[in-house]
Design a binder for this molecule. Structure first.
Ligand SMILES: Cc1cc2nc3c(=O)[nH]c(=O)nc-3n(C[C@H](O)[C@H](O)[C@H](O)COP(=O)(O)O)c2cc1C
Length: 294
């Protein structure tokens, strides 16, 4: 597990924080974050993206002033900057691992926000002395939360499920895409699915779809129409953010399943299922194992 705190509590606590205190992240928290980055769990597809924490300290509170976020982020005192590894499912691995670091930061009561579109790639690449061809699909702002009341209200909203998320029936299916999964049919996996559903996604599009087949859970990406082809997306050379969303979903699902003592593993083997449309593509399956076989 990530920390001594419960993963479900941490996932519920997280929200996209876009306004921070000017106070730098304490040296102790920075050290803990660095340590976590160094020994974080590997990505499910074996990729090795690299992550850096750049943070202002008391002596140098202007260290980050040349990092551009088009005004979306107020006063962040730190950023997580990641570069992509090669590999077929490299974006999913990147999403999974960045999210694990974000959840660890959340456990330290830090605020975070994924930035896939609204950041100037070149300024962030310079900050970590990245090679010219290094790919930075996204960065994450991090810092002390400016408005704790807003954070608490957000937590309340999320607890009563009033936050903007697609209804459960549109995300989770039983055996095939035409049949919505009833919550009670999810059995032990109801909580991992709830934790997946409250995860962050680019523009809150929530492209994850999961089909249950016995104790196996097939994960699909249902792309949002026109999302990748948008002019802004092309102009800004934005990465395939919805594949990052899939990695994030896998992270929430797996960490919760493990905390609940539900053994299983990721298998990349597409089932023979009829997909609802051309926008839907297979990502991976979680194969739950019986305790005695694990
Ligand atoms: C891959 C990814 C990219 C994102 N990019 C941005 C961004 O560029 N700017 C921004 O303000 N928020 C960005 N977000 C945050 C989402 O808008 C946010 O997660 C979503 O609206 C749900 O809200 P919540 O995170 O508070 O639960 C991004 C999230 C993800 C997962």
């Amino acid at each position: 597990m990530l920390t001594e705190k419960s993963i479900t509590e941490i996932i519920r606590q997280r929200f996209s924080c876009r306004s921070y205190l000017k106070t730098p992240i304490s040296a102790e928290k920075r050290q803990k974050l660095q340590d976590f980055i160094a020994k974080r769990p590997g990505g499910p597809f074996g990729g090795q993206p690299r992550f850096h924490l750049v943070a202002a300290d008391r002596q140098d509170s202007h260290a980050l002033k040349d990092l551009g976020t088009y005004g979306f982020i107020q006063s962040a005192t730190g950023y997580l900057i990641g570069t992509l590894d090669s590999g077929e499912k490299n974006l999913e691995d990147f999403g999974y691992q960045m999210e694990a670091i974000i959840l660890f930061a959340t456990s330290l009561d830090l605020g975070t926000c994924w930035l896939g579109g609204s950041f100037t790639r070149s300024s962030f690449a310079r900050k970590i002395d990245a090679a010219d061809d290094a790919l930075i699909p996204a960065v994450t702002s991090v810092g002390e939360i400016a408005n704790l009341e807003e954070a608490r209200n957000g937590l309340l909203r999320r607890q009563i499920h009033a936050d903007r998320r697609l209804p459960w029936e549109r995300l989770f299916f039983n055996q095939n895409f035409g049949v919505p999964l009833a919550q009670k049919e999810a059995e032990d996996y109801a909580v991992p699915l709830v934790m997946l559903r409250i995860g962050p996604s680019a523009s809150n599009k929530q492209p994850w779809r999961v089909v249950k087949d016995g104790n196996t859970w097939h994960f699909f990406l249902q792309r949002s129409q026109g999302y990748r082809e948008g002019i802004l997306t092309r102009f800004l050379n934005v990465a395939d953010l919805q594949r990052l969303d899939m990695g994030i979903a896998m992270c929430h699902f797996e960490l919760t399943a493990r905390e609940l003592g539900l053994p299983g593993k990721w298998v990349d083997k597409e089932p023979a299922l009829i997909k609802p449309d051309d926008l839907t593509e297979y990502t991976v399956s979680w194969v739950g194992m019986l305790e005695s076989l694990a």
